[in-house]
Design a protein around this ligand. Structure first.
Ligand SMILES: O=c1[nH]cnc2c1ncn2[C@@H]1O[C@H](COP(=O)(O)OP(=O)(O)O)[C@@H](O)[C@H]1O
Length: 218
């Protein structure tokens, strides 16, 4: 077992059905040269989605290992949720960024979930194609209500990423997001610390309720 209780792909695959159920989700991101208000560098575009249940998560879903590999199952889910822009998308074992066993979410009685996250950097045009095609995806308007870009900046009034972190997230999606921001350095360490601290201090904060380790070192 690695950092922060994350399992490698091989370790996670030892958790077998029917006791364990595997879900695979993908964090897709691309560099971005834009500036908000002409001055705040955006640096990256990173996608999450608003789900049917009103929560935020990453595209993906439960994978039946009897139908093939984790990655084949993930790609099937991505095509359903992201539509034509995801047709040429490839995701391989090298993009596996860790798996979290035993979240409080149990998809079926008696089963425990292991949540895999894949992280994939795209070209800006590929990411734009995915955004443009998402409204034509089979699941659009059903299980998926829309893709959203995660604000990675923190403005002077504390809005941006700190506000975003106070949304409701499904399962371990919020921890997956924070781990990826930290590991890929998509937000510089001191800015991430500040965003987390502002999010925790907010009166609306749910940061301590779901999976936030409080003293997180990011
Ligand atoms: O982005 C995510 N990160 C981690 N876990 C998630 C995410 N989205 C959903 N889950 C969890 O994965 C399981 C499957 O949910 P999802 O709705 O994605 O798949 P499904 O459409 O195949 O049922 C649920 O237990 C849910 O709590």
């Amino acid at each position: 077992m690695g950092d922060r209780g994350l399992l490698s792909r091989a370790e996670a695959l030892r958790l077998e059905p029917p006791t364990w159920c595997h879900a695979c989700h993908a964090l897709l991101y691309a560099p971005c040269s834009g500036r908000l208000f002409g001055r705040v560098p955006l640096r990256f575009v990173l996608l999450m989605q608003l789900r049917f249940d009103g929560r935020l998560g990453f595209p993906g879903g439960i994978v039946d290992l009897r139908d093939g590999s984790l990655e084949a199952g993930l790609l099937r889910e991505l095509r359903e949720e992201l539509g034509p822009g995801a047709t040429g998308l490839e995701v391989g074992p090298e993009e596996h960024a860790g798996a979290r066993p035993g979240s409080s979410h149990e998809p079926r009685p008696g089963q425990r979930l292991v949540a895999h996250l894949y992280v994939k950097q795209l070209q800006p045009e590929q990411l734009r194609d995915i955004e443009e095609g998402a409204a034509r995806a089979p699941e659009h308007g059903l299980e998926v209500l829309g893709l959203v870009r995660v604000p990675l900046h923190t403005l002077r009034d504390g809005s941006g990423l700190p506000e975003f972190l106070q949304q409701r997230f499904v399962g371990s999606a919020r921890d997956q997001l924070l781990d990826a921001l930290h590991r890929l350095n998509l937000v510089p360490g001191h800015e991430l610390e500040r965003a987390l601290s502002l999010a925790r201090r907010s009166p609306n904060s749910q940061c301590r309720q779901e999976g936030d380790p409080g003293g997180r070192g990011t």
